[in-house]
Design a protein around this ligand. Structure first.
Ligand code: IMP
Length: 186
C-alpha cells in the first residue's frame, strides 16, 4: 500500500479552495435571507458533507440548530451507489414542525437523497429543502428538487472537501479528479 502525499494522486483540481469559499458565503447569505425570522435546522449526511456543513453553518447569520445522519448504501462499489439505503445514525432530535435543510456534499444518481427525503418528510417538518455543494446531473436516476446548488459538475468521480475514494482524500481542501492509475489498485 502506498501512502504518498495525497495531492500527488490528483490529476486535476476541478474546484479550488477560494472558489468553494466564495460559493459557501453566497449560499449562506441566500439562506440567511430566505429564512429570515425563522430558525433553520441543518441536517447533514455524514461523512462527506462534514466540511461543507461546518463551513456553511458559519456563513449563515440566522439561528440554526444542527443534526447529523449517517447512511450507507448496500451492495455498491467505491464509485457507485446501489440505491438501497441503510440508516447508520439517525437524527438525535425531533424535526416535527421545523424548517429543515438537508445539507449534502454531492447528488449523483439521487437515490440516497430520494430515500432520505421520503424518510425525513415522514417526520412532519414544517418545510424541507435541499442544499448540495455539487450536482452531477448527467447520472441522475430519480428527480430531486434541488433548492440550493453550489456547482454543477461533469460526470467525473471527484474527491476532496469531504468526498472520498475508499475513505481517503476527504481532507484535501479542494475538489479534484484522481489520476487514472489510482483507481487501478494499490
Ligand atoms: P447518489 O445516491 O448516487 O446520489 O450518491 C450519493 C453519495 O454517493 C454521495 O453522498 C457520495 O457519498 C457518493 N458519491 C457520489 N458521487 C461521488 C463522487 O464523485 N465522489 C465521491 N463520492 C461520490
Amino acid at each position: 500500500m502506498h501512502i504518498p502525499e495525497l495531492a500527488n494522486d490528483v490529476a486535476e483540481v476541478l474546484i479550488g479552495e477560494e472558489q468553494i469559499r466564495q460559493k459557501v458565503i453566497e449560499l449562506g447569505a441566500r439562506l440567511s435571507a430566505d429564512y429570515l425570522g425563522r430558525e433553520l435546522t441543518l441536517v447533514s449526511v455524514l461523512k462527506g458533507s462534514l466540511p461543507f456543513m461546518a463551513d456553511l453553518m458559519r456563513a449563515i447569520s440566522i439561528p440554526v440548530t444542527i443534526d447529523l445522519m449517517e447512511v450507507s448504501s448496500y451492495g455498491g462499489t467505491a464509485t457507485e451507489t446501489s440505491g438501497l439505503v441503510r440508516i447508520l445514525k439517525d437524527l438525535s432530535a425531533s424535526i416535527e414542525g421545523r424548517d429543515v435543510l438537508v445539507v449534502e456534499d454531492i447528488i449523483d444518481t439521487g437515490l440516497t437523497l430520494n430515500y432520505l427525503v421520503r424518510y425525513l418528510k415522514g417526520k412532519n417538518p414544517r418545510s424541507l429543502r435541499i442544499c448540495t455543494l455539487l450536482d452531477k446531473p448527467a447520472r441522475r436516476l430519480v428527480e430531486i428538487p434541488i433548492d440550493y446548488r453550489g456547482f454543477e459538475i461533469p460526470d467525473q468521480f471527484v474527491v476532496g472537501y469531504g468526498l472520498d475514494y475508499g475513505e481517503r482524500y476527504r481532507n484535501l481542501p479542494y475538489i479534484g479528479v484522481l489520476k487514472p492509475e489510482v483507481y487501478g489498485g494499490t
